[in-house]
Design a protein around this ligand. Structure first.
Ligand code: HEM
Length: 208
């Protein structure tokens, strides 16, 4: 995937994202995978504690899940998992000590949603993630530092839906089957926007 960011504006919300991903049609992941990030206006000089995220993930017959790691590897990093069910896109914050079903994240991070959508081949979610760029899972700590100008992130994509899909704290997952990887996500000046505060205020929907 790209290291230098693409920049796009989400048509429905006007939010400007730096984005990275796997193109649709790539052999690494059927359907592709896209992640976008928007940050507070001073994030390239002072580490941000939160971001607005954009996820667009492949899905077959409205099933599947995808996610990313805020440090790169699956282990010892804050993990965000998202999946569609009915008219809703659900999320859960997770943390894994090993390569098995991640635990529910024990820290105080919180996701609120701005918009979501799905069609026959993809689902997407625009969300605010507060306290997500520094983590503490029962004493295991880490950080994604925005002032450094580059993040190391991990992506993952899977076609089977989670078990218990309407109960994010209690989902079950099988090992992902549609690609994964780690990449360096360079940030450019368009990621940090004076409108961040106004955009973040639109994240009023809590899905639990
Ligand atoms: C990699 C298992 C859930 C993110 C891996 C690998 C295994 C694994 C065995 C290494 C595979 C290889 O190198 O060939 C599992 C199992 C899961 C699970 C059994 C659940 C039952 C998740 C979740 C996320 C995630 C929920 C994030 C939201 C990643 C990422 C990688 C990865 C980013 C690639 C980076 C790395 O190797 O650390 N997973 N995983 N996984 N997993 Fe998972």
């Amino acid at each position: 995937q790209n290291n230098a960011p693409n920049t796009f504006t989400d048509a429905q919300t006007g939010i400007v994202f730096n984005s990275w991903g796997i193109p649709n049609g790539s052999p690494q992941s059927q359907g592709g995978w896209t992640f976008g990030m928007a940050l507070p206006s001073n994030a390239l000089s002072t580490d941000a504690t939160e971001f607005i995220g954009y996820l667009e993930c492949a899905s077959k017959d409205a099933a599947g899940w995808c996610g990313f790691s805020l440090a790169g590897p699956m282990t010892n990093s804050l993990l965000i998992t998202a999946w569609p069910h009915g008219d809703t896109v659900y999320t859960t914050l997770r943390y894994a000590g090993g390569y098995s079903m991640p635990d529910k994240y024990a820290g105080n991070a919180e996701i609120t949603q701005i918009r979501s959508s799905k069609n026959a081949t993809h689902f997407s979610l625009v969300f605010r993630c507060r306290n997500c760029l520094k983590w503490d899972h029962n004493g295991s700590t880490g950080q994604a530092s925005t002032s450094g100008g580059v993040l190391v992130l991990g992506w993952v994509q899977a076609f089977p839906s989670p078990g218990n899909p309407t109960c994010p704290d209690q989902i079950t997952l099988e090992q992902h089957d549609n690609g994964m990887g780690i990449w360096g996500a360079a940030l450019d000046e368009k990621v940090a926007n004076p409108s961040y505060t106004a955009w973040a205020a639109k994240a009023t929907k809590t899905v639990t």
